[in-house]
Design a protein around this ligand. Structure first.
Ligand SMILES: Nc1ncnc2c1ncn2[C@@H]1O[C@H](COP(=O)(O)OP(=O)(O)OP(=O)(O)O)[C@@H](O)[C@H]1O
Ligand SMILES: [Mg+2]
Length: 241
């Protein structure tokens, strides 16, 4: 039976009288990978940010499992629902200090041994611990950014185009890492990608957004065989690029 990780009930988001998300209803299932696709400006990032309270719905309701999102203490919510972005914002400091940040925010410490175990989980060796985060390659920064979300043991991981600036080898490594987090630790993944092959290959479920609307949400195989002309034309155009 599919369990609900995050549920949107008639969620809209308005800013400056613009309707960026329109009446979105749907469920992200626990322990599964949902890929989010759609043209630039569709509202994908906006939707993702709502999943960990970075922005709040103007109308409708978001549930984290059985709880209304606004009833969850923000620091608890950010811990339960981690986010990694394309640019992987890091402290100008050592890898260790970057890893320790989530704990520091909770006035707790991260031991060197723990830090090493998180680095190991993302495929970075012990020699990385005291290196400057700023000097890492793009792929390594992205791994560190994911390792930092592991420190919180997030139940849900929100990923916004985390591989779009990486070379093919690093893309594969990050993909393998995320799949492993999902399979080994049961982390629920919500993954925005412009790479249609990636969305198809890694998703269990896929949502397609356009102009603030959820056009279709379905099992990934079904979505990629959708009869909906909006979905078809988007997929065909992306594949042709
Ligand atoms: N704070 C804001 N104020 C005004 N407009 C905004 C704000 N945030 C986003 N928008 C607009 O809302 C629309 C959706 O933005 P969003 O970043 O969610 O799109 P996206 O699907 O993630 O696009 P991309 O694939 O290019 O990242 C865009 O037109 C964007 O310019
Ligand atoms: Mg975006």
């Amino acid at each position: 039976m599919l369990q609900h990780a995050i549920t949107f009930n008639h969620v809209s988001f308005e800013i400056n009288q613009m309707n960026l998300l329109k009446n979105i209803s749907g469920t992200f299932y626990k322990g599964h990978i949902t890929t989010l696709i759609g043209p630039s400006g569709a509202g994908k990032t906006t939707l993702l940010k709502m999943c960990n309270g970075l922005i709040s719905a103007s109308q409708g309701q978001i549930m984290i499992e059985q709880e209304q999102i606004e009833r969850i203490e923000p620091t608890v919510l950010r811990r339960r629902v981690g986010i990694a972005l394309q640019s992987a914002p890091l402290l100008k400091n050592s890898v260790y200090e970057n890893l320790a940040l989530p704990r520091k925010l909770q006035e707790q410490k991260l031991s060197k041994e723990e830090a090493l175990s998180f680095l190991q989980a993302v495929g970075l060796g012990a020699n990385f611990l005291m290196r400057e985060a700023a000097d890492l390659s793009g792929g390594q920064k992205q791994k560190l950014s994911i390792a930092r979300t592991l420190v919180n043991q997030s139940e849900v991981l929100l990923l916004d185009e985390i591989t779009s600036a990486l070379d093919p080898k690093s893309v594969r490594e990050i993909e393998d890492l995320v799949v492993q987090l999902n399979e080994k630790y049961g982390v629920t993944i919500i993954w925005i990608t412009h790479n249609i092959e990636q969305a198809k290959k890694l998703g269990h479920f896929t949502w397609m957004l356009k102009e603030g609307q959820l056009i279709e949400a379905a099992a990934t195989d079904a979505l990629f065989q959708s009869e909906n002309p909006v979905v078809q034309s988007f997929i065909q155009r992306e594949v042709a690029l």
